[in-house]
Design a protein around this ligand. Sequence first.
Ligand code: 15L
Length: 289
Amino acid sequence: MTEPTPARPVLLTGASGALGRLLAGRLAREGRALVLTDLVEPAYALPAGTRFIAADLADREAVLRLGSDYSAILHFGAVSTERDFADIFRPNIAGAHHIFDLARASKARVIFASSNHAIGFSRRDVRLDEDCDLRPDGYYGLSKAYGELLARLYWDKHGLESLSLRIGSCVERPTELRHLSTWLSFDDLVRLVEAGLAHPTLGCRIVWGVSANTRAWWVPHDEIGMVVRDDAERFAGAVVAGAAEADPVSSRHQGGTFCASGYDREKFSPQELFGWRGTGQAMPSRTVE
Ligand code: 15L
C-alpha cells in the first residue's frame, strides 16, 4: 500500500504580529502543516506542527529561500500603520512583490491581508461594493491598493489565484464608534481565511474583511465574504465616541484617523484652484469628494 502524499504546507508571513499569532494558533489546531515567517521570532510558543523561518520581506533572496512547495501563502506581514513612504515601501510594496513571486514559484494561492485603508477616503455615508474605486488614505493604504492590483496582474498574466481580504478593524472587541462599522472578529477572520483556503475556484477575488455588523459600510456580494457571523452591535452600549470623532476629516471618512494624517486639502480647495466656484458649472461627480 502506498502512503498518502502529505498535504503541502501553508506559509504564514507576519507570524509574529497579533493577527499572525492568532492565525498560527487557530490554523495549526486544525492539524494543518504550517510554516511561519517574520523578521523576528514570535514571542509565543510555536504551536505543535509549525516551524519558524526568519526572513525580511524586503530581501528578495531571503523570501525565495523560504522554499517553493507551499499550497497557499497567507500574506499578513507588513507595516500596519501610516508611516513615511520610505518606511512602507520595502516591507509592504517590495515585500508583497517578493511574496507573489514566491507564490508563483510554489504554484500556491495567496490570501493577502489588504485593508480598508485602500478605500479609506470613501465617505461614511456611502455603502461600498467590493468593486468600488480604490481611494487610499495614505501610504499604508496605497501599499494595500498596490497589493490588490498585484494580485489582479498575477491572475491575468500568470493565473495565480488570490483572495484579497480588505480587513476593517480586526481587534478582540470594538473600542471606538468607528469599530461598530469596521469590526472584524477574530473568529470571522479565521472563517474568511479558511473559506479562502478551501474554495475550489478561487480565481482573483476581493472580499470585505468585516463581520456581519449592523452598521457596516461594506456590502458583501462574494460568497466568501458571507461566511462571517459576528455583529459589533452587541458592544454598542460599551463604546464611546473618542477624540477621532470630533475631528471633521476623521469622522467624515471610512479610514478615520489615517485620513487626517498629513491632510491639508482644505488649504488647497479644488473649487478655488480650478475655478469651479461661481461658474455655474457642475463639478465632475467622481472628483467632488
Ligand atoms: C488597518 O489596516 C491597520 O493595520 C490597523 O492598525 C487598524 O488601523 C485598522 O486598519 C483599522 O482601520 O481600524
